[in-house]
Ligand binder design. Structure first.
Ligand code: HEC
Ligand code: HEC
Length: 346
């Protein structure tokens, strides 16, 4: 009789089995069948464990390709490297401000979050701009620019930043005069545009550079692309809440915002009363761009989420709900030139 533990494989060795019937089975043969059995058992156990593992750490839920309210950040558009390089130089050039002290980069630090540390960056005269600094990352994907959404085009926005007394306090003409007086700059403009700096080429170089400031490759976008291991169960729960509570009715599209005007508080005032209507801000890289809201009044992301739920949805969230939503929001941090976007020390 075959022993009850004999695996089917043992049947392939009738001679061994006949041995096993003997009261004294050679140890080597017994080990062989046992080891086969144990091996199978281990394989089964390992397969079982592997099948369970994703449920404890990451989610196996798949995005419904084109049914999600959020779409991935695209890679930066192709651009002429000469124009791009020139735009980048101009972005860091303090000759773009009246007193030569401020560059775009002074308030929009591309090594961190595309904005700046602290509540608001002081203008050259030490005065505080009326609004918290918006990040320049992914700004090109917003349907309108600034908190109030008062600009449609990046070029017109640059002109206004230059003329704005709380920003650069100069003008395009003044900047062009300085650039044309610099033989090196004139050379670079000739290489990129075939002519010395003029209004069109100057604005085009800066705008070309601004359009390149995209941050693809966040974990959330990898999940949207089908990588189910990119999000943990908690992060995915947070995303489900974000959708079921109704956050995604305002924060959606590639920028998770930036494509609608809304009241800053539908059920109750959010922070300072003015302006009443704002462009819904993007939540891309939101974990790195503290402080929050147009007046920079809220330093912590969990408080911002709580305030949003109350002001926009008339909901009081539990600590656990807030935690999950924050965990989801943290997956929206992307990469600029392959390097993760980071916050600035407050
Ligand atoms: C003194 C600080 C400061 C400087 C210098 C500055 N900015 Fe800004 N930037 C801001 C603030 C504050 C806002 C938000 C303004 C608002 O909402 O009205 C902003 C908004 C923006 C936005 C809109 C982002 C969005 O999501 O709508 C872009 C684009 C931008 N700046 C680009 C630039 C460029 C290009 C320069 C250089 C020409 C520049 N900024 C110089 C502070 C600054
Ligand atoms: C009715 C539209 C609407 C809904 C719904 C909504 N928001 Fe907002 N959200 C806004 C607007 C508008 C602002 C900008 C308010 C301001 O600063 O004046 C904002 C700002 C934010 C900010 C701060 C952004 C920044 O850059 O400072 C966060 C974080 C945020 N919302 C998260 C959420 C979450 C989480 C939910 C769901 C609980 C949610 N929002 C629901 C419209 C909405």
């Amino acid at each position: 009789m075959m022993r009850p533990w004999s695996p089917a494989l043992c049947r392939r060795y009738p001679s061994e089995i006949s041995f096993m019937r003997e009261p004294v089975v050679p140890a080597i043969l017994r080990t062989r069948c046992w080891s086969l059995w144990m091996f199978l058992l281990l394989v089964l156990l390992a397969a079982g464990a592997a099948a369970q593992a994703p449920n404890t750490q990451t989610s196996d839920a798949r995005p419904l390709a084109d049914q999600e309210p959020i779409t991935p950040i695209p890679p930066p558009p192709p651009a002429d490297p000469e124009k791009l390089g020139l735009g980048e130089r101009l972005f860091g050039d303090p000759r773009l401000s009246g007193d030569g002290k401020l560059a775009c980069m002074s308030c929009h630090d591309l090594r961190t979050n595309g904005a700046s540390a602290g509540r608001r960056t002081a203008a050259h005269d030490g005065s505080k701009p009326p609004f918290d600094t918006l990040t320049v990352f992914n700004a090109a994907l917003n349907f309108r620019l600034n908190w109030e959404g008062n600009f449609r085009a990046l070029g017109a926005h640059v002109e206004s930043s230059l003329e704005n007394p709380t920003n650069m306090r100069t003008s395009v003409d003044e900047v062009l005069a300085k650039l044309n007086a610099d033989p090196e700059m004139v050379k670079q403009f000739r290489a990129a545009y075939g002519r010395a700096p003029d209004r069109t080429s100057f604005l085009d170089a800066l705008v070309t550079f601004e359009k390149s400031l995209l941050t693809p490759g966040s974990r959330f976008d990898r999940w949207l692309g089908g990588d189910v291991s990119a999000l943990s169960v908690k992060e995915l729960d947070g995303y489900e809440l974000f959708k079921s509570l109704g956050c995604s009715s305002c924060h959606q599209g590639a920028n998770v915002g930036g494509n609608l005007f809304e009241r800053q508080g539908i059920f109750r005032p959010l922070t300072s009363a003015k302006p009443e209507i704002v462009r819904v801000p993007s939540l891309r890289n939101i974990a790195t761009t503290s402080p929050y809201f147009h007046d920079g009044s809220t330093p912590k992301l969990d408080d911002a989420v709580r305030k949003m739920a109350a002001a926009q949805l008339d909901r009081t969230l539990s600590d656990q709900q807030v935690e999950s939503i924050v965990a989801f929001l943290q997956t929206l941090t992307g990469n600029y030139r392959g390097v993760p976007v980071v916050g600035t020390p407050q």
